[in-house]
Design a protein around this ligand. Sequence first.
Ligand SMILES: NC(=O)c1ccc[n+]([C@@H]2O[C@H](COP(=O)([O-])OP(=O)(O)OC[C@H]3O[C@@H](n4cnc5c(N)ncnc54)[C@H](O)[C@@H]3O)[C@@H](O)[C@H]2O)c1
Length: 260
Amino acid sequence: MTDVQTSGGESSRRVAFVTGGASGIGRAASLAWAREGVRILLGDVDDAAGEMTVKDIQSAGGEAQYVHVDVCNEADCINAVEQAVKLYGRLDIGFNNAGITGSSHRVGRYPLNEWRRVLDVNLTGVFNCMQAELKVFEQQGAGVIINTSSVIGQRGTAGGSAYSAAKHGVIGLTRSAALEYAGRGVRINAICPGYVETQLVVGEQAGIPSNVLDEKIKRIAARRLGQPEEIAAVVVWLASQAASFVHGSAVDVDGGYLAF
Ligand SMILES: NC(=O)c1ccc[n+]([C@@H]2O[C@H](COP(=O)([O-])OP(=O)(O)OC[C@H]3O[C@@H](n4cnc5c(N)ncnc54)[C@H](O)[C@@H]3O)[C@@H](O)[C@H]2O)c1
């Protein structure tokens, strides 16, 4: 039995720690879980947006708290997980989702400091959170981890070698950890979103020029960008008992992008 059921009193309601929860996919997953009664500890570096998401969850009748977490900082991740356990008495789900695209350069010209930053947030950040979560999950003999990779974790993208390398790494990390922890009651999977309408893709700081995005959309079978809620729905399912036999998978949620 890997997943803890939601039924019962306050203390048996599941608890999720969500990184990158202030915006986009992490925000949508937090709102969706909260609607199911899951209690949320929402971590991000964007404190204003994080607090706003928590307010939105609370206004909708859900339970959530915000904590400043830079996933590159090991101590932040450990502290956040400890805080979740202190606040709610348990932790059931780790959604390791914070990510950045980084700037676009050919490999031969990719600045080493930018390479390190992109790998640090997207890959080492997931590792840092998993280490903190797995300490609790091993003790409980139960828990679910979902790591956010990308379709670019299975394909190359011109100009985005650091992002692609990091997201490929997330899948390798997920599969290896799934093998190590399945026998310890912990289920570990990754999701691979396609192109989703969030700040990362369409925001002012987005790394994808609009003409490139138009070309990408032509390659999506659904001929449109995904919505964060469409990714969140799969994340919520992956964390549920309904997905009890799903271990070590990289689940595509991409409007058919990888079907080509
Ligand atoms: N939007 C897409 O098309 C798409 C596609 C595939 C994968 N993804 C992945 O989905 C995840 C969520 O992205 P999104 O699209 O919702 O983008 P987003 O920009 O809306 O959300 C990302 C969140 O991560 C936070 N963040 C960034 N660096 C952080 C750090 N060091 N520590 C903690 N938080 C940090 C940001 O403040 C932001 O709130 C990312 O891992 C991204 O790579 C997105």
